[in-house]
Design a protein around this ligand. Structure first.
Ligand SMILES: [Zn+2]
Length: 101
């Protein structure tokens, strides 16, 4: 018997995770990335995004490493997009600074 890498309970013979747990995790990660991306683009206030993200992270088995990877990915995309449409707006810069700290 091996343990589910998400919930830590028995996952069954030769399985590393429950299908349900994996679905919750993937869905949660997509949701977190949407929120990160929206706030990186200045479309969502940081405090609202932050509270929502914390809830999703807590309910979706998202660990520090996964979260950090998502932050980096979303901010790289946001920066690319900001640079391609025009110069980084002051608002976007402030958002990015807040996250990078
Ligand atoms: Zn599980």
């Amino acid at each position: 018997m091996s343990k589910c890498k998400f919930c830590g309970k028995d996952a069954g013979f030769l399985r590393s995770a429950h299908k349900d747990c994996e679905d919750v995790f993937e869905k949660g990660r997509a949701e977190v990335e949407d929120l990160l991306f929206a706030s990186a683009r200045g479309k969502l206030s940081l405090s609202i995004a932050d509270a929502d993200i914390k809830n999703v992270v807590r309910d979706s088995y998202i660990d520090e490493t996964t979260y950090h990877q998502s932050v980096v990915k979303c901010f790289e995309q946001a920066i690319d997009m900001a640079l391609s449409d025009d110069l980084l707006s002051e608002e976007e810069e402030t958002c990015l600074d807040n996250y990078m700290d």
